[in-house]
Design a protein around this ligand. Structure first.
Ligand SMILES: *[C@@H]1O[C@H](CO)[C@@H](O)[C@H](O)[C@H]1NC(C)=O
Ligand SMILES: *[C@@H]1O[C@H](CO)[C@@H](O)[C@H](O)[C@H]1NC(C)=O
Ligand SMILES: *[C@@H]1O[C@H](CO)[C@@H](O)[C@H](O)[C@H]1NC(C)=O
Length: 459
């Protein structure tokens, strides 16, 4: 409607300028030539002006249209600051707030911020923002940070951004973030049961066999989707990921964090230096929880070489059905990490399959010796959570959550983690034999073969 009125006014103005030009033609014949020249000049100026709507000041100023520019990146620098924004989500679980940004903020330049909204095509006033740094930063300059604020009344918010002052500067451009997880009217979307969040892929990681086996194992356990944040990876893993992405089982989120800062390959600033913990692992884990909140009942937070494995049930669904009946108030299930050193091979070699000889990476079926964790020292857990019960997470525990957490006994569920030995002094005789993966071999092997064959990686 507003657009229509505006058009009409432009038309009137044009008509008026036309009459002006026409009327002037009836002036005295004296100095006709000079006058005609003047006339033409004036008409040209008026007509030219008419084509530039910004110069028309008499028209009531329509609110600025938005969003003029929407960020298409997964990491967006915030204007006039040193901070980086990742995404904005609708989140009304904490009273008084509607929106939660997830970002990576510089701890040495925290500042007052204001939320600025695009409401179905028009910009609105700002609302004050609450900036909440996560408690885990491991000494790095950048920390995962939430920014929360309220949507102004009467605003049907579609996009949001942050300002360093309560009013937008005249004529400044904004990069808007779409507001995600907005409730769709009517019936609830059909939810997936299980999403696995793999935090970060970086360097030239090319462990194709272990990755394919892990993904196919997860599929057998009932996982619906795997989300993975990709900074970079090796050439063969890239092809494997691309194939899973096309099929829809894997969602690859580009994570070009190295374009914005110097990410650390370690977890502790004093030891490893750099700008942020492990390529921003804490940020991606949180982002993945919010990304999955409205579409998945459960989220598994683990690394690329770890499998959260039920030992008494054959699927994650039966495991969780039992645990949730037993513990209805638990929203965070802590699963113990168990290491299967890759230096010890199962002696018969029955799963040393010739068709996998040309595939780079570890064959997890060959490693059945498990370290018993040293319970005298801190022992890490990974997590299986109800995303709606989590506000902020770290790697081995949640930082802020609703409901309760529960340590799942290892005989019920544990992480199968094939990697270099952790307790290096343990001898083979001191390790436990654990061939749980073999229970799935009948389906697992053909499924892995199928995906590798498609990529022409099978011998
Ligand atoms: C809010 O905006 C969305 C997107 O423009 C639109 O689909 C929806 O109908 C609007 N809702 C209301 C209540 O105006
Ligand atoms: C922005 O424009 C408005 C209206 O033209 C004016 O009143 C205000 O002073 C301007 N603000 C700045 C910071 O230039
Ligand atoms: C992962 O990121 C790298 C670097 O941007 C890119 O070259 C590669 O194609 C990406 N892989 C996938 C599967 O998206």
């Amino acid at each position: 409607m507003r657009g229509g009125t505006w058009e009409t006014q432009r038309l009137h103005l044009g008509l008026r300028s036309y009459r002006l030009c026409a009327g002037m033609q009836m002036s005295t014949p004296n100095k006709r030539k000079l006058f005609l020249l003047l006339l033409i000049t004036v008409c040209v100026i008026i007509l030219y002006d008419r084509k530039r709507p910004t110069t028309i000041t008499r028209i009531p100023v329509a609110p600025k249209f938005c969003p003029s520019s929407v960020s298409k990146q997964s990491i967006t620098p915030l204007k006039n600051t040193k901070h980086l924004l990742v995404s904005a989500y609708m989140d009304q679980r904490v009273p008084g707030f509607d929106i939660r940004f997830i970002g990576m903020f510089r701890r040495d330049s925290m500042q007052e911020l204001h939320c600025f909204f695009c409401c179905s095509g028009y910009i609105s006033e700002t609302t004050p923002a609450k900036v909440l740094q996560h408690s885990d930063n491991f000494g790095f300059p950048f920390v995962t940070t939430d920014v929360m604020c309220q949507i102004p009344p009467e605003c049907n918010a579609t996009h949001v951004t942050l300002l360093t002052q309560p009013r937008p500067e005249n004529g400044s451009e904004h990069t808007w973030l779409p507001i995600r997880n907005k409730k769709t009217n009517g019936e609830e979307d059909k939810k997936m049961d299980f999403t696995v969040c793999i935090s970060n892929l970086f360097g030239d990681y090319n462990n194709v066999l272990q990755f394919a086996q892990t993904l196919e194992m997860y599929r057998l356990l009932g996982v619906n989707r795997v989300v993975i944040y990709n900074t970079s990876c090796g050439p063969d893993l890239d092809r494997l990921l691309e194939s899973y992405k096309q099929e829809g089982f894997v969602e690859v989120v580009p994570w070009p964090i190295d374009k914005h800062m110097n990410p650390s390959r370690g977890w502790l600033f004093s030891e490893h230096g750099g700008d942020i913990h492990y390529f921003g692992q804490l940020t991606t884990l949180n982002e993945c929880i919010y990304r999955s909140m409205e579409r998945s009942r459960y989220v598994l937070l683990n690394d690329i070489d770890e499998i959260i494995m039920p030992y008494q049930e054959d699927s994650l669904k039966s495991l969780m059905d039992r645990l949730q009946t037993q513990f209805p108030n638990v929203g965070v299930f802590l699963i113990e990490n168990h290491i299967f050193p890759k230096k010890h091979f199962e002696p018969s070699g029955k799963f040393h399959l010739p068709q996998w000889n040309g595939v780079p990476g570890i064959n997890i079926l060959e490693h059945i010796y498990r370290e018993e964790p040293d319970r005298k020292i801190y022992h890490p857990y990974k997590m299986l959570v109800q995303p709606r019960m989590v506000e902020q997470t770290s790697v081995h525990s949640v930082l802020k959550f609703f409901k309760q957490d529960y340590k799942v006994p290892p005989d019920v569920c544990r992480i199968v983690h094939v990697r270099v030995a952790l307790r290096k002094s343990l001898k083979l005789e001191e390790l436990k034999v654990d061939s749980r993966l073999w229970d799935f071999q009948e389906k697992l092997i053909p499924n892995v073969d199928k995906v590798l064959k498609k990529l022409k990686m099978l011998v």
